[in-house]
Design a protein around this ligand. Structure first.
Ligand code: A2P
Length: 317
């Protein structure tokens, strides 16, 4: 299995990265440091995880030169206003204690409305309506290009090596591709044994955009690692279920980002297993037969699928 994937801009990304979503403060610093010490060179972060400061401490403790690391972060959905993008990026860089990101993703396709903040500051929260629901910024959600332009400028200015998207479906990605000067290199979405999304994965591959897999183990509790098909293969290869799930993602051309704060698991998760083509195909089939289950609920009224249902005028523009 490959140790790296190559982006459409020629740059490389290590084929397994450490996820940091839901890694609690007080633990994530040591998790990141132990990952780097055990050989990880790829850490996946986000402003929204509210732990980048500690991740940054872990990166320093890891003791590896910056240029040997691959660090991703994400622009959060309430920082889409063009005047906030650079400020949010700088906040992330300051928290991580680094000068540039290897990859900066638009975390979600929809933009959240925010209450006004003083010039030079970034919003810290959503705007809520009188029913307590998050308010969508419709203009910046129907058209992400003004936000994307700011990400492109961050590449021009050397603050970011590559840019990409996250949680984008085919329709939204297609819309962005029409106007992008710099093509997204990756789309980070939920990809797992109960959420394999084969159509999206195939479409991204066809368009030379790397699918990155968050929650590859089924998230909290790693519930997929003990499923029958996974357990059988794990026994056969004499590894843990997590190794099968992670290796399967790499074998299907996706870039898994398993999260753990447990040093022994972190070290174990980066060991890839050479699966045969038959094994990969049978996992692919078995995944489609699972009851479809997502960790990251897309049916939140604010969010994506429902939003599109409510605004059919957006479809297939
Ligand atoms: P912990 O962080 O306490 O070690 P995902 O990557 O799908 O989001 O899954 C993350 C969850 O899987 C976390 O609860 C994490 O626990 C757990 N986990 C990570 N690696 C393993 C492993 N090798 N075996 C069992 N559970 C794991």
């Amino acid at each position: 299995l490959p140790t790296h994937f190559t982006f459409n801009n020629g740059k490389k990304i290590p084929s397994v990265g450490l996820g940091t979503w839901q890694s609690p403060p007080g633990q994530v610093r040591d998790a990141v440091a132990s990952a780097i010490k055990s050989g990880y060179r790829h850490i996946d972060c986000a402003w929204a995880y509210r732990n980048e400061h500690e991740v940054g401490e872990g990166i320093k403790l890891g003791g590896v030169p910056r240029e040997e690391l691959f660090i991703t972060s994400k622009l959060f959905e309430f920082h889409h206003k063009p005047e906030h993008v650079r400020l949010a990026l700088k906040d992330t860089l300051k928290n991580l204690g680094i000068e540039y990101l290897d990859l900066y993703l638009m975390h979600w396709p929809l933009a959240a409305a925010t209450d006004p903040v003083p010039e030079g500051q970034i919003p810290q929260d959503y705007k809520y309506d009188s029913d307590g629901k998050k308010v969508v910024d419709k203009d910046l959600s129907d058209n992400v290009v003004p936000t994307w332009r700011e990400l492109e400028k961050a590449v021009d200015d050397g603050l970011v090596r590559s840019i990409g998207i996250s949680n984008f479906n085919i329709r939204r990605t297609r819309l962005l591709l029409k106007d992008a000067r710099i093509k997204p290199v990756a789309d980070q979405v939920e990809l797992s044994f109960t959420c394999p999304q084969p159509e999206l994965v195939a479409w991204l591959h066809k368009n030379d955009i790397l699918p990155q897999a968050y929650s590859p183990l089924g998230s909290t509790g790693a519930s997929h690692a003990s499923l029958k098909e996974i357990d059988e293969l794990a026994k056969k290869h004499n590894v843990e279920g997590a190794n099968i799930l992670i290796s399967w993602q790499v074998a299907r051309g996706c870039n898994p980002l398993p999260k753990s704060v447990t040093p022994s698991r972190i070290a174990n998760n980066s060991k890839l297993v050479q699966l045969t083509k038959e094994e990969v195909d049978s996992l692919e089939k078995a995944a489609l037969q699972q009851p479809h289950k997502r960790v990251c609920d897309q049916s939140d009224d604010f969010k994506y699928d429902i939003y599109e249902e409510k605004h059919p005028e957006n479809n297939d523009k």
